[in-house]
Design a protein around this ligand. Structure first.
Ligand code: AMP
Length: 614
């Protein structure tokens, strides 16, 4: 199998045709300095041809036909994998690209103005020119989707962060995930047994704490500007500095240019962004160059110390990227005197460490007795992107459409008939809408009732509207024990042979003879959604949810309910939500179906469920 991996930046395009199983390249194409008179196109390292194009979109029009022409005989492409820098909150895994996904990536342009527009231009051009191929987006942020809330949140007002999507997303995830896996392979351990700190030190740079295979902290934030000192980016700053410069008359453009292009190693040294030049000048006594190296190493050490504390110890510290892989001097400065955390530097091994010549791509530069290993791992982001895309292409039957399903946690609630509304709240009373619910026409009411069970009572239980042909009470397993009621797990509306309960409102009591259930976890969807996921009404499926609290779960026995009046959403109760540590905006991924056998035994669901039922 061979895939084309496209990595489109604002001034360059990297295109590799490779075998995802081995990472072996059969073809490389590079377009550089796009948009300038000096633009060039190189195929397989051959002499460059001129490429005077105005933008990425026109460069891709030139590059792809040339690349297809140069494909060796016998090599066919099984798909195209696109690197996308920002996946936002939505794209937490690689996805097949359709028009809707393309629009989703475009919607992220405002929070990734430097990267996503170029990625998108590549996607659009390639989808048009290679329309017979599957296109897959692989996101740089996706590996960090597991960041716990405490790590991904900034201490700003909650309403503001929600409104503007302000949170830590993290970047370089493709590289961090790849080198962590390589390090685990080398350490002859399962990644799930290891606590690693991965340092991607290239022109852009970030650190990641990888706990048992999951990113739990990373230094880049909402944008790739936070964290380490980089080639031309400043990394961490006191935000007060920006306020000061604004007051001093700096414009938005000037600040952007200052922080992204004039800072970091280049700004500190005054010698440009290439550490090779800075190291040379430092050796000749250039003080600015020496200080730049000190500040760079100090910042990385600071993060390693902090991340060791967060991980509660570290089994391996991994260096990658142009600087991490090639600068023995920088590795030395960063890792000397880390003995206190169990990492002992072997000076000679560090000087000689060259991961690229090793078959496993890993060079170990810690001493024999070092409890925590110091490793250089050659990153290969294109290979990582190809592997991720290949997994998606080969796994098409298990993961049913990568489209995530919003998961809503339903608190205990009550549905009432109109006559019960009047008995509880007074003659002629009608339900008052408090706020709409996600399912069209459904709403939470101002009205609440008390549930009086054999053992105890639960007060202020919300009534949901509109009124229904039959009253029904939906509680969790914990509520059942509290009230002293044994309620069966049922689909909404299926209340034959269920226990009753006493309801109390301001105007009186109602004794229900039946209707108390523990709601069967279910997914509402439209017929279009059911086509997309390849499921039918009444099917039973599994849904994997990833949790902010690292308590991922796969829910089995999830009932599919299809109606044109539904909106795509999975409903679970509070016990289920708490078990998975779910918070607002949780999402699930549909896995294999368990078939409809259990339901066929019990009749069809639509015989028993009212339209648009909760
Ligand atoms: P990357 O973005 O991962 O390609 O890293 C590029 C950066 O790595 C360059 O700008 C240099 O600063 C740095 N680099 C590459 N090779 C060396 C080397 N031999 N010594 C020091 N720095 C290097």
């Amino acid at each position: 199998m061979h895939l084309l991996v496209l990595n489109c930046g604002s001034s360059s395009i990297k295109a590799d045709v490779l075998d995802p199983a081995t990472g072996e390249r059969v073809l490389r194409a590079r377009a550089e300095r796009i948009g300038t008179e000096a633009g060039v196109l190189r195929i397989n390292g051959a002499a460059p041809t001129g490429l005077v194009t105005v933008d990425v979109a026109s460069a891709i029009e030139r590059l792809l036909p040339a690349l297809l022409d140069a494909l060796p005989d016998g090599i066919t492409l099984a798909g195209t994998a696109h690197r996308v820098v920002h996946g936002g909150e939505r794209f937490t895994h690689s996805v097949r690209i359709d028009d809707e996904v393309e629009a989703g990536i475009e919607a992220l342009n405002p929070i990734a103005p430097l990267h996503n527009p170029a990625n998108l231009a590549g996607i659009r051009g390639a989808r048009r020119l290679l329309s017979g191929l599957e296109h897959i987006a692989v996101f740089d942020t996706a590996f960090h989707a597991t960041l716990p809330r405490r790590a991904r949140s900034y201490a700003l007002p909650a309403s503001l962060t929600r409104e503007h999507g302000i949170r830590r997303y993290g970047f370089h995830g493709i590289s961090h995930a790849y080198v962590a896996q390589r390090a685990a392979d080398y350490l002859v351990g399962d990644l799930r047994d290891l606590r690693l700190i991965t340092c991607h030190l290239g022109n852009g740079a970030s650190v990641c704490a990888v706990e048992y295979g999951r990113s739990i902290e990373t230094s880049m934030g909402m944008t790739p500007l936070e964290g380490l000192v980089m080639g031309t980016r400043c990394g961490d700053l006191d935000p007060g500095i920006l306020l000061h410069l604004l007051r001093e008359g700096y414009t938005e453009e000037q600040l952007d240019h200052l922080l992204n292009r004039q800072s970091g190693l280049a700004g500190l040294s005054g010698l440009g962004n290439d550490l090779r030049d800075i190291e040379e000048q430092a050796a000749d006594g250039n003080e600015r160059a020496q200080l730049a190296i000190h500040i760079y190493a100090h910042r990385v050490r600071k993060y390693i110390g902090a991340y060791t504390a967060i991980l509660g110890g570290v089994d391996g510290i991994v260096f990658t990227g142009g600087i991490g892989e090639n600068s023995a001097l920088m590795r030395h400065r960063i890792t000397q005197r880390l003995d206190f955390l169990g990492a002992r530097l072997d000076e000679e091994a560090n000087r000689e460490a060259d991961a690229t010549v090793r078959r496993d791509g890993v060079a170990d530069f810690s001493t024999r007795g070092s409890r925590s290993r110091l490793l250089v791992v050659a990153t290969d982001e294109e290979h990582a992107i190809a592997m991720s895309a290949a997994r998606l292409l080969l796994d098409r039957d298990r993961v049913r459409g990568a489209r995530p399903i919003p998961v809503a946690v339903s608190a205990r609630h009550v549905h009432l008939t109109q006559s019960h509304v009047e008995a509880l709240f007074g003659e002629g009373h009608t339900l008052t809408e408090r706020n709409p619910l996600s399912q069209p026409g459904q709403f939470a009411c101002e009205e609440t009732v008390t549930l009086i069970g054999p053992k105890r009572s639960l007060e202020r239980v919300r009534v949901l509207g509109p009124a229904r042909p039959e009253s029904q009470v939906e509680i969790s397993r914990t509520d059942e024990f509290f009230l002293g009621i044994d309620a069966p797990v049922r689909a909404s509306g299926d209340i034959n042979n269920t226990p009753g309960i006493v309801l109390e409102g301001p105007a009186g009591r109602v004794t229900l003879e039946r209707g108390v259930i523990c709601a069967w976890r279910h997914i509402h969807m439209t017929p279009e959604d059911s086509d997309h996921f390849g499921v039918a009404d009444g099917d039973i499926v599994e849904v994997a949810v990833s949790s902010a609290e690292q308590r991922d779960l796969v829910f089995g026995g999830v009932l599919i309910r299809v109606s044109p009046s539904f909106q795509l959403e999975m409903h679970i109760d509070t016990d289920e939500g708490n078990a998975a540590g779910l918070c607002k905006d949780a999402r699930g991924v549909l896995l294999a179906t368990g078939g409809t056998a259990s339901l066929q035994r019990r009749g069809t669901i639509h015989d028993r469920i009212p339209e648009a039922a909760e």
